[in-house]
Design a protein around this ligand. Structure first.
Ligand SMILES: Nc1ncnc2c1ncn2[C@@H]1O[C@H](COP(=O)(O)OP(=O)(O)O)[C@@H](O)[C@H]1O
Ligand SMILES: N[C@@H](CCC(=O)OP(=O)(O)O)C(=O)O
Length: 368
């Protein structure tokens, strides 16, 4: 079974109900301080950690005196604007004493649907993690309208896990796992230790949230589990209300694991391989050899470009005889690719008039 101890890159989702005291609308400082110790523990053993944290609306509504009732979308968005700044600051304040730098990343559903932005956010996240930063991710509630909202951070966390190629995602909840029925309503319900496959029977067991601060309930957690496991990332649901819930999980606290399908790299390659190319890039013999040894495709190895693709679009990679070598996501548009074809990476800026990425297709964005 998957485990937190061996994880290389971990996404942890923290729900509003854990972070914010419902009655007072204030932050649970002790709980957050203890969570910072958990994060420091994971970082100390070399894992990358990304926190997907809810709580901006719950915090902001307290500050604005909006009460506990249902909010109109604009009110939620206003509350998020007020709450998010406090939320990000709270994480910074608890993690800094551990020598950990934080960065705020606000995303919308559009960012991951649009492939160009998806590649940008992937590259930025990778760079942040390379610096040892712990990204604090939330939905950009102040600008997201209904059509482009995740609406719940369970699915957002799974999407982030896929974007960064995490091998483990943990949803810290107010319940210690996935049950045969909502345990708040059915005392006979029992918890699964491991779910191998999310079948329609399992889906029928997922109910809504019982608490007033949360959004998703188990339905969105199952959707998150589907997304994560399909991309090779194991997902755990566990009780977050205890102090140091990640240490507790490592020490065998009750939870439900969802088994991943393969590993993140293999899943990403399957995803890219299934895309319909928007054009083609023909490479020379030297590039064929370089790709064979697992290198990225540089402009220098490109002989010809066809089609009209944008940044992030899938393109067919062809050998000198026109033979198919695979599919990759282009980091340049077709027009740019034609201009920098055959050039050294160091000349890209002079040719295009702006600095670009060294590779035309990065190794991670290629299925060969
Ligand atoms: N099959 C189920 N197993 C466990 N909990 C369930 C189930 N169906 C519905 N629930 C409810 O989902 C809640 C957890 O979701 P939610 O309150 O949205 O948590 P979070 O704040 O962590 O997002 C549980 O407290 C429980 O009331
Ligand atoms: N983005 C929103 C949270 C949405 C959400 O999923 O909340 P929760 O069910 O508490 O995880 C916020 O920060 O208030």
């Amino acid at each position: 079974m998957a485990s937190l101890t061996a994880a290389r890159r971990i996404v942890v989702k923290i729900g509003s109900a854990l972070l914010v005291d419902r009655a007072t609308g204030t932050l649970r400082a002790d709980w957050l301080g203890a969570l910072a110790e958990d994060v420091a523990m994971l970082k100390a053993r070399g894992a990358d950690v990304i926190l997907v944290s809810s709580g901006s609306i719950a915090l902001g509504r307290g500050v604005l005196g909006l009460g506990l009732g249902t909010l109109a979308l604009e009110q939620s968005q206003a509350a998020a604007a007020v709450g998010q700044i406090r939320l990000a600051r709270a994480y910074e304040e608890v993690l800094a004493p551990h020598g950990i730098t934080t960065g705020q990343v606000l995303v919308t559903l559009e960012d991951s649907a649009d492939r160009r932005r998806y590649l940008n956010s992937r590259a930025t996240m990778e760079t942040l993690l390379g610096f040892g930063v712990v990204p604090i991710v939330n939905e950009n509630d102040t600008i997201a309208t209904d059509e482009i909202r995740y609406g719940d951070n369970d699915r957002l966390a799974a999407q982030v896990a896929v974007t960064v190629g995490a091998d483990v995602a943990v949803l810290l909840s107010d319940v210690d796992g996935f049950y045969t029925a909502n345990p708040a309503e059915d005392p006979a319900a029992h918890r699964f230790d491991l779910i191998e496959e999310i079948t329609p029977e399992i889906e029928a067991m997922a109910g809504d949230a019982a608490s007033g601060l949360s959004k998703g309930g188990m339905k969105t957690k199952l959707m998150a589990a589907k997304t994560a496991t399909g991309a090779g990332c194991a997902l755990a649901i566990t009780q977050g209300a205890v102090l140091r819930p990640l240490r507790a999980l490592e020490n065998g606290a009750p939870c439900t694991w969802f088994r991943p399908k393969g590993d993140p790299q293999a899943a990403r390659k399957r995803w890219i391989a299934a895309m319909k190319p928007r054009g083609s890039i023909t490479v020379d013999a030297g590039a064929v050899a370089a790709l064979g040894t697992g290198k990225s495709l540089l402009p220098a190895g490109v002989a010809a470009v066809t089609g009209d693709f944008g940044r992030g679009d899938p393109v067919a990679i062809l050998g000198p005889e026109g033979q198919g070598l695979g599919t990759g996501l282009s980091r340049y548009t077709a027009a740019e690719a034609r201009l920098i074809r055959g050039c050294r990476s160091g000349d890209i800026e002079a040719i295009l008039g702006y600095p670009g990425r060294a590779a035309l297709i990065h190794r991670d964005d290629m299925a060969t």
